[in-house]
Design a protein around this ligand. Structure first.
Ligand SMILES: *[C@@H]1O[C@H](CO)[C@@H](O)[C@H](O)[C@H]1NC(C)=O
Ligand SMILES: *[C@@H]1O[C@H](CO)[C@@H](O)[C@H](O)[C@H]1NC(C)=O
Ligand SMILES: *[C@@H]1O[C@H](CO)[C@@H](O)[C@H](O)[C@H]1NC(C)=O
Ligand SMILES: *[C@@H]1O[C@H](CO)[C@@H](O)[C@H](O)[C@H]1NC(C)=O
Length: 447
């Protein structure tokens, strides 16, 4: 098609044929002389502009090869509720118009010109996942080279549907697909190719994305399956865009405060069970945690159940459980100091077993040396158990209890001992459960 300019006598004839029957000949060379002196002569392009409604091919059995590439310049929004990814990209398309060619040597080495796209045939490449109308700005231009290549760059704001999995939030990665395909042309009429290698696309995009926003581009992959709709086959190129969330915001605002609160809750077991402070302290913590959850709720994804919500629910339940435990221990202690019920023999032996030197179960945190036989539990903030019991039980003080040969003072002390033991035991259970659930969550996050 880029055959040399016909010379000699046949020149006039050829020119006439060219003018009369455009498209019938392979000689579509544009007369570019004078472009460097008086600018481009619109008249010489008029034939091409007039053809813009038709696919520019000489033989209609030959498909137009459109090579595409893009540069992802920003990841604007990832909407987990609507499952949408909003990104901004520059799409580059290159195809050949066989009717355009000129000899740059005849016009001062002009090898490419810009032409407004309204005057050119444009391939109807669209993104299959796009959920928004194409908002391409008007009045864009394309480069036309002297060998007929047309290079068209267009900016696109793409709102594409993407299956987002927020289970691992805030340590999640998403894999969104952008499928470029022709709206109308089947494989017989249009073929898609790559203008650049996919790793080049990924590298340039990574360099271009200057935003230090929430999302980071991990990589881009591609696949080229054909899409069949009914009996027609469409060419398409699928790009898999892998992005990762930067979790620091969520670590600082969600995970760290939550861990602090839960560790304070764990540490509050070291407040003596007899002091009146433990339960109010835990209630305050619980309240604080609720306020924290309310305030930070907007940082969580609006839909789905991420692991972090499970973690928050777990922390909240642990706080509630620890409050219940405190209530239980307070009740036990109160019972011990007012009306100690007879102690079942198995409990007594258990208690004895636990406080004997080769102990197998937990003893109280703050009076480890006190065995059931010593009875010296004089605790701060608590009335002498024997006094209370003594007043209430009165004459029965000397009575023997449960056949175990205990006075009620001793019995009360035993119950106090038992409460402390229970407290320590439940605290250890709590710690084990806390540790195992946190380890589970961390392991899940790391997979
Ligand atoms: C090209 O156009 C110039 C005037 O613009 C004319 O002088 C010249 O003869 C033309 N060349 C050919 C090969 O038609
Ligand atoms: C058009 O292209 C087809 C397939 O390449 C070929 O069979 C046919 O001969 C071509 N027609 C002309 C007029 O060159
Ligand atoms: C498109 O790419 C193919 C190879 O991938 C190449 O042969 C062809 O010339 C390219 N077409 C254009 C218009 O750049
Ligand atoms: C994204 O998903 C596609 C298939 O759905 C897969 O081929 C590709 O490897 C995935 N990319 C990443 C980075 O996980």
């Amino acid at each position: 098609m880029e055959g040399g300019w016909p010379s000699g006598g046949s020149f006039l004839l050829c020119l006439t044929v060219n003018l009369l029957l455009p498209g019938r000949s392979n000689t579509f060379t544009i007369n570019c002389s004078g472009f460097d002196q008086h600018g481009v002569d619109p008249a010489v392009f008029q034939t091409i502009f007039n053809q813009k409604d038709f696919r520019p091919v000489i033989n209609y059995s030959i498909p137009t090869q459109v090579n595409i590439s893009f540069t992802l310049s920003a990841i604007l929004d990832v909407d987990a509720q609507l499952q949408l990814l909003t990104s901004f990209l520059w799409l580059k398309m290159i195809w050949t118009n066989p009717f355009i060619s000129w000899d740059p040597e005849k016009c001062g080495a002009i090898s490419k010109l810009t032409v407004t796209t309204e005057n050119l045939w444009l391939p109807d490449i669209f993104i299959v996942e796009s959920m928004d109308v194409d908002q391409t700005p008007e009045g864009l231009s394309a480069y036309v080279t002297n060998d007929g290549h047309i290079v068209y760059n267009k900016p696109m704001r793409v709102t594409s549907i993407c299956s987002l999995d927020i289970f691992y939030f805030p340590f999640d990665q998403q894999n969104c697909t952008l499928t470029f395909s022709s709206f109308l042309y089947t494989v017989e009429n249009m073929l898609l190719g790559m203008e650049k290698e996919v790793w080049e696309i990924a590298d340039t995009s990574r360099d271009i994305i200057r935003t230090q926003g929430e999302w980071e581009l991990l990589g881009i992959n591609k696949a080229t399956p054909k899409m069949s709709v009914g009996s027609s086959l469409f060419d398409q190129i699928m790009f898999y865009v892998a992005i990762r969330r930067r979790p620091s915001l969520y670590i600082i605002n969600l995970l760290v405060p939550s861990s602090f609160l839960i560790s304070i809750d764990a540490l509050s077991f070291y407040l003596p069970a007899e002091s009146e402070n433990r339960a109010p302290f835990k209630i305050t913590l619980l309240l604080g945690y609720n306020v924290f959850l309310l305030m930070m709720n907007k940082l969580l994804p609006a839909s789905g159940t991420p692991l972090i919500s499970v973690y928050f629910a777990l922390c909240l339940s642990l706080m509630v459980v620890s409050l219940l435990e405190t209530i239980f221990i307070t009740y036990l202690l109160h019972m011990a100091t007012t009306q100690p019920p007879p102690m079942p023999p198995w409990l007594y032996s258990l208690l004895f077993l636990c406080t004997s030197p080769g102990k197998c179960c937990p003893v109280a945190l703050w009076n480890e040396n006190t065995g059931p036989g010593l009875m010296s539990t004089h605790l701060p903030g608590l009335k002498e158990p024997g006094q209370l019991v003594g007043k209430e039980l009165g004459s029965r003080e000397a009575e023997l209890n449960g056949g175990s040969g205990l006075t009620s003072t001793q019995l009360a002390d035993l119950w106090v001992q038992f409460s402390h033991m229970m407290d320590t035991f439940l605290f250890r259970l709590y710690l084990i459960f806390l540790a195992s659930s946190i380890i589970t969550v961390i392991v899940l996050w790391n997979t």
